[in-house]
Design a binder for this molecule. Structure first.
Ligand code: ZN
Length: 379
């Protein structure tokens, strides 16, 4: 049988460039109307028992080249269990994945995919719960719903939203874990949280980019996390809908969930450098970070992004925009594509289950921060 690849499915992305026996040269396709690319997801057909070499020859031009050294691709034969391909290597701008597939039908991906079908299942399941309000905040450019939940009875306004960057699928695995815990009627932490807070949740900010197999942008090539100061119906309706809803509800605490290509750790980014920088507001962010360290050994504070200098925050990003606009204790949570190097797992690397445990840790930390958030709100 001749080897072949296909990506003509939900969140698929790859292009076959050339083929010589069991070596395929491949390219990742750019996001539509954009130069960003790094997400790949494809099916390899006909490779059972053969030594296959998959060479992604345009890896060196990807959005984050620092994402490739130390990276191991993910492989699955049942689309449920995804394991790391140990013989993944990066050299001279090419990412090479060598494997001997068990079957004639194996899947490879940059991270464990979170399909739009699974998203629809998650939304339907949560929307059916008695104490959850579900609505669509509007239609995306491709005509999908921007799904949104409201739940809880408390005064504190909490927003959680994920996957502005669609290739960061770990963000929606985090969401699934967060929603499982928050809607568990027996979980005492969640019951308390729901009595003290009202949650506003957007599990996937970028359904069009997710379905199209994009790394970083929506259907018309817009990076949604650079639109929060001036979202438009034409370029960034997803942000416009969510920000309009936030203007109605206000925001006290917010988490924007992402994945980071290069850094092998979980970390937070805050709102240093906003014009209205306030020590008390920032202390609560630092306090949440410390609580998360205590609640989740997969989280740490040493590795992360450089912080902005005073007055130099980029207000087109959601975390800084919400901190400035609402005085919110807002933050960006980043999870690795590689692994948490402080607590590595050689088989799975950073995995979907670990995304979910981190989400549980975040809710536990939030519950411990609630008294201080309430005190600040009262003034
Ligand atoms: Zn991101």
């Amino acid at each position: 049988m001749t080897l072949s690849v296909t990506s003509a499915f939900d969140s698929g992305n790859i292009r076959l460039v050339s083929q010589q026996d069991d070596r395929l040269e491949l390219e990742i396709v750019k996001d539509h109307q954009s130069d960003f690319y790094q997400w790949f997801h494809f099916k390899l057909v006909g490779g059972a028992g053969r030594e296959v070499e998959l060479a992604i020859t345009n890896a060196g031009g990807a959005a984050y080249v620092d994402g490739w050294p130390g990276y191991e691709a993910l492989m699955s034969i049942d689309r449920e269990e995804w394991t790391r391909v140990k013989s993944t290597s990066y050299e001279d701008g090419t990412l090479t994945i060598r494997l001997v597939p068990d079957t004639d039908c194996v899947y490879l991906a940059y991270f464990v995919p979170y399909s739009m079908e699974r998203h629809l299942d998650l939304v339907a399941t949560v929307a059916a719960l008695p104490d959850v309000d579900y609505r669509s905040l509007g239609k995306t450019i491709d005509g999908q719903d921007l799904d949104y939940f409201q739940m809880g009875e408390g005064d504190l306004v909490v927003w959680m939203y994920a996957r502005q960057h669609p290739g960061e699928s770990q963000a929606e695995w985090w969401m699934e874990g967060m929603l499982e815990k928050l809607t568990d009627p027996d979980d005492p932490v969640s019951r308390k949280l729901l009595s003290e807070c009202t949650f506003h949740i957007v599990p996937n900010m970028n359904p069009d980019g997710s379905k199209r197999g994009h790394l970083r942008t929506n259907a018309v090539g817009t990076n949604l996390n650079r639109e929060w100061d001036n979202p438009t119906e034409e370029k960034s309706p997803e942000v416009l809908y969510v920000r309009n809803r936030m203007d109605e509800t206000g925001v006290d605490f917010a988490m924007d969930v992402h994945g980071d290509e290069a850094i092998p750790a979980n970390f937070l980014a805050g709102f240093e450098g906003i014009p209205s920088f306030d020590e008390k507001q920032y202390d609560l962010f630092k306090q949440f970070s410390s609580l998360l360290v205590a609640n989740c050994p997969d989280f740490q504070e040493e590795k992360g992004y450089e912080v902005s200098k005073p007055g130099e925050a980029n207000l087109s990003m959601s975390t800084t925009q919400l901190a400035e606009r609402f005085g919110a204790v807002s933050m960006t949570l980043e999870m690795p594509f590689k692994d948490n190097d402080d607590l590595p797992d050689p088989i799975y690397g950073w995995s979907t289950e670990r995304c979910k445990y981190l989400a549980h840790g975040c809710l536990n930390a939030l519950a411990q921060l609630v008294p201080d958030l309430k005190a600040r709100k009262k003034g």
